[in-house]
Design a protein around this ligand. Structure first.
Ligand code: DAH
Length: 336
């Protein structure tokens, strides 16, 4: 009977199933109970022997059932714990993180380069007066050079600054030489918008004023910037140009060996020159003193979008301001 019972107990997979088997052997109408009932028919001697044997079987069966019951209970507990446990190795929910705009990053890079050269970074205002945007920069209203800047005029006669150059006059009005500043910021032109022209874009202005400043200081400075932006093999070349606030004036191009494409080319980046004596005269008028009389200085201005488009192969200036995440996300993280 023990062996039969074992054959049934071992494969049992649930407590109710085990209970059924237990009833089959040990229940009131069970197999063992039936055997015990037959004891009464035996002689006293036989009954003793048979009774002892059946008792041993009973004890053994009970032990078998108890063990199996414990085993099934443990298995059920294990299963419950496993189903309720937390898997701490599962990946978490990623947070959406923002990032700096590509243009902000380039402005930061430029600021870092110029701070390394002893420059202060200052900012101006986007709504300017005609005086600072034009007149103080040697661009009087009757002068044809005004046509160089397609201007947004406000109804009160002020303008959206057409360049960052007004800060030249504002800074010199407020501070004495010598100094070196760069001015990053937004500028506005009344433009027909296309792939390379936007009505709003960014410039970086530079101005260094001091007694002995020469044009080779300008060249060296721009070359440091070029190396910072485009690597140690970069260099700068000048091309004669015209701006009312510089004399002589030179547009500058930067030599870039693109490691990604293996191509090398000259890229026109901006304008520059030696500060025109008339600008110092205008500043003297604004200040009502002669601190800037006889000073020398150089100035330069460049377009930030142009740097970004060249360096990162952005084909259309409008992409910068459409705020399409597919564009913006490409310029998170390491850009090299
Ligand atoms: N302000 C000029 C522009 O927007 C750029 C420029 C040219 C700035 C020459 C300068 C400079 O400071 O010296 O077109």
């Amino acid at each position: 009977m023990i062996n039969e019972a074992k054959l049934e107990i071992t494969p049992a997979s649930s407590l109710p199933e085990l209970q059924e088997i237990k009833v089959k052997y040990l229940g009131k109408k069970g197999l063992l109970t039936a055997e015990l009932k037959t004891l009464g028919n035996l002689s006293p001697d036989d009954r003793k022997i048979r009774g002892a044997a059946l008792n041993m079987i009973k004890t053994e069966l009970e032990a078998l059932f108890d063990n199996k019951e414990l085993e099934l209970k443990n298995a059920a507990l294990e299963a419950k714990l496993a189903s309720e446990s937390l898997d701490v190795t599962l990946p978490g929910t990623a947070f959406q993180t923002g990032g700096f705009h590509l243009l902000t990053r380039i402005i930061d890079d430029l600021a870092t380069i110029y701070k390394g050269l002893g420059y202060q970074v200052v900012q101006g205002q986007e709504v300017e007066t005609e005086l600072y945007n034009f007149d103080a920069l040697n661009i009087p209203s009757w002068h044809p050079a005004r046509d160089l800047w397609d201007t947004f005029w406000l109804t009160d006669g002020r303008v959206l600054r057409t360049h960052t150059s007004p800060m030249q006059a504002r800074f010199m009005e407020a501070f004495e030489p010598p100094f070196r500043i760069v001015v990053p910021g937004k500028t506005y032109r009344f433009e027909a918008v296309d792939a390379t022209h936007e009505a709003m874009f960014h410039q970086l202005e530079g101005l260094a004023v001091g007694k002995n400043i020469t044009m080779s200081d300008l060249k060296g400075t721009l070359e440091e910037m070029a190396k910072g932006l485009f690597g140690e093999t970069s260099k700068v070349r000048f091309q004669p140009s015209y701006y009312p606030f510089t004399e002589p004036s030179a547009d500058f191009a930067v030599y870039w060996e693109n490691k990604r494409t293996g191509q090398a080319k000259w890229l026109e980046l901006g304008g520059s020159g030696m500060v025109h004596p008339r600008v110092f005269e205008e500043v003297c008028k604004l200040r009502k003193d002669e601190v800037y009389a006889g000073q020398r200085g150089f100035a330069f201005g460049l377009g930030i979008e142009r740097v970004a488009m060249i360096k990162y192969g952005v084909p259309d200036i409008r992409y910068f301001f459409q705020n399409d995440l597919r564009v913006l996300k490409q310029f998170r993280g390491n850009l090299e």
